[in-house]
Ligand binder design. Structure first.
Ligand SMILES: NC(=O)c1ccc[n+]([C@@H]2O[C@H](COP(=O)([O-])OP(=O)(O)OC[C@H]3O[C@@H](n4cnc5c(N)ncnc54)[C@H](O)[C@@H]3O)[C@@H](O)[C@H]2O)c1
Length: 349
């Protein structure tokens, strides 16, 4: 099972056996593998079954380490181990490693190749493709970064076996999003399956095809790609607030799940989604993502954070909303009162 994009392929390869040939064909001088302590323990042994001549760069797990200091550490390791422009980096990890180490690779000596081997469900269905790379900065998430594609993406369902349950569910929010914005048939399927007992390769394959179609039509997010931000206008602001204030912050997918409920509520008000569809969406999302207590979040701060989001300008907040399940529209302006109303809807559930 493969998906071909314009510049690279996504290969579904449970054993990673296609990797040695790919590396040999590209005549890389050295292979660096960036891991964190969890992917070093659970995922590196699977990679080492097919590849031994590698240099390992170990970072610390967690969003708080997706920053310039960790990039400096990666660059220092590359320099100390004589990485040249024909070296390649394998990003073995979730979205944090993919975004950050892809960014580090893209800056090192004006850019060296990188390969993504996503090891979380979220990174398999979302962050490993589309070319968005970057790190968080003191003023917000993903503020420093660029667009650049990997040379190859390898997807293996082996990695999902060691993923903590919370992280597995987290990935489902982007799978649900892809169906809601572009694929009603897939949505109907998700209403009836047992997510803990289904063919994950088939689900990831389908979800990636939706993302592929969108990012290839609009690689730099000038138009259509904005539909991928459904749930993210409100969700990102909630995620940022939670990261700053909660002892156990919401994960990305959890915050996006809240954002999707709020933005579905706004879709009824503004874009023609029916009340029945809203009820259906709310029910399915709450089945996987139980209600989070966000009632004491400071809504002024959340709205200010939306205004400073790089996807908006300083005066208008724009969102991608649903016109029906399986169809979406973008650049819909939402105002402060509407956002508050949607948060009240979530809190009332
Ligand atoms: N570039 C994009 O288009 C894009 C899209 C969505 C999200 N993102 C970014 O992705 C990041 C979130 O990614 P994530 O959800 O993958 O989180 P993550 O990378 O933080 O990984 C989650 C946790 O799981 C551990 N882990 C990873 N694989 C494992 C495995 N197979 N077994 C056991 N533990 C494992 C990690 O060490 C970490 O502790 C955020 O920074 C977000 O901004 C980027």
């Amino acid at each position: 099972m493969n998906i071909s994009l314009k510049d690279y392929e996504i290969i579904f390869d449970d054993t990673l056996s296609s990797l040695p040939n790919f590396l040999a064909e590209h005549k890389y001088s050295k292979v660096f593998v960036v891991v964190d302590e969890n992917t070093k323990q659970h995922c590196l042994p699977i990679l080492q079954n097919v590849l031994t001549a590698i240099e390992i760069i170990e970072t610390k797990s967690g969003e708080i380490y997706k920053n310039i200091a960790t990039c400096e550490f990666i660059w220092q390791q590359l320099i100390e181990q004589n990485a040249d422009r024909k070296s390649v980096i394998i990003n073995l990890g979730g979205g944090v490693i993919g975004d950050m180490s892809g960014f580090a690779a893209s800056c090192y000596k004006r850019g060296i190749d990188f390969i993504n081997i996503p090891t979380t469900l979220l990174s398999q269905v979302d962050s490993s493709i589309g070319g968005k790379l970057g790190i968080d900065f003191k003023y917000g998430k993903n503020l420093i970064g660029l667009f650049r594609n990997p040379k190859l993406v390898l997807v293996s369902s082996q990695f999902l076996k060691t993923l903590p349950k919370r992280q597995f569910i987290n990935g489902w929010s982007e799978i649900i999003k892809h169906a809601l914005i572009k694929d009603k048939a897939q949505w109907l399927l998700y209403k009836n399956i047992d997510i803990h007992n289904c063919d994950m390769n088939a689900i990831v394959f389908h979800s990636l095809q939706i993302k592929k179609a969108v990012v290839e039509a609009d690689p730099y997010e000038n138009g259509l790609r904005k539909i991928l931000n459904f749930g993210h206008t409100i969700g990102h602001a909630i995620e940022a607030y939670s990261l700053e204030h909660d002892e156990t912050p919401l994960l990305h997918g959890e915050a996006i799940a809240i954002g999707m409920i709020c933005e579905s509520f706004l879709s009824v008000k503004k874009c023609g989604l029916t009340q029945d569809e809203l009820n259906e969406i709310t029910k399915l999302i709450l089945k996987y993502f139980p209600k989070y207590n966000i009632e004491n979040y400071n809504t002024d701060k959340i709205i200010t954070s939306m205004l400073s989001d790089k996807k908006n300008n300083a005066t208008k907040i724009l969102a991608a909303l649903l016109s029906e399940i399986g169809n979406s529209v973008f650049d819909i302006e939402i105002n402060k009162d509407e956002i508050l109303e949607s948060l009240n809807y979530y809190n009332s559930l």
